[in-house]
Design a protein around this ligand. Structure first.
Ligand SMILES: [Zn+2]
Length: 234
């Protein structure tokens, strides 16, 4: 289990980014859920459709929220979870008002600025964006994330409309383009009002570290899923 040093200091918060040794959450094996210490808690998942909609979790029923890629809540004892294999998971906590959020920022979610939407949804629940702490979890980083010309052009257009020039996030080596989803999401979070010092990056690449992570790019259909989660403790 990978933990954030910034979030670890909060006793009222339980969070983590799972690794292979914690289990495969593709089908959410009950055993793996129990091994994470979830036995008596409800796990709420986002359906994950690669969009930018956020679900506000207002009840304590264990279920999957349809048509969303992010979840926010202020209810204690509910675990919010996102499954991923290369996509970028972002977990967020506002300690003053005790509001949590989690987002699934794959390349499509990044294009449509899910980072902005998760912050706005937390604020709708009463959070102050100046206090929000965000942690970017393990994902396919710019050492390995090669994109083709078509995807590059798509990013160029969409990021320009957000006032973010692509050149800050793209490197090219041997005629290949490498994109940093982390850098884009960090700038999107800063632009919506998060403090730079409140944004932490777990600098681990899922493609790069087969002993730790599943990777969809590396394993295709064989790939399992990690679970990224957080919960306000009761
Ligand atoms: Zn890598």
């Amino acid at each position: 289990m990978i933990k954030s040093s910034n979030l670890n200091q909060f006793k009222g918060l339980f969070h983590g980014f799972s690794t292979i040794s914690d289990g495969n959450f593709k089908t959410l094996e009950q055993k793996a859920v129990t091994s994470l210490g979830f036995a008596n808690k409800s796990l709420i998942l986002a359906e994950q459709v690669h969009g930018n909609k956020i679900g506000i979790v207002s009840n304590n029923v264990s279920e999957t929220l349809k048509d969303v890629d992010g979840l926010v809540t202020k209810i204690k004892g509910l675990i919010l979870g996102i499954k991923a294999a290369d996509c970028l998971p972002i977990i967020l906590y506002e300690p003053m008002s005790e509001i949590i959020g989690i987002a699934h920022a794959g390349w499509r979610g990044t294009l449509v600025n899910i980072s902005q939407n998760i912050v706005i949804s937390m604020e709708q629940l009463g959070a102050n964006r100046k206090n929000i702490i965000a942690v970017l979890g393990p994902h396919i980083r710019d050492c390995c994330y090669i994109i083709d010309e078509q995807r590059k052009n798509l990013f160029e257009q969409r990021l320009a409309s957000q006032g973010l020039p692509l050149r800050g996030y793209l490197t090219s080596k041997n005629n290949k383009f490498y994109l940093s989803l982390a850098k884009i999401n960090i700038d999107q979070l800063k632009r919506v009002g998060l403090k730079k010092t409140n944004i932490e990056e777990i600098r681990l690449c899922t493609y790069h570290r087969p002993e730790l992570f599943f990777s969809f790019r590396r394993q295709a259909k064989e790939s399992g899923r990690m679970l990224n989660f957080l919960c306000l403790l009761t």
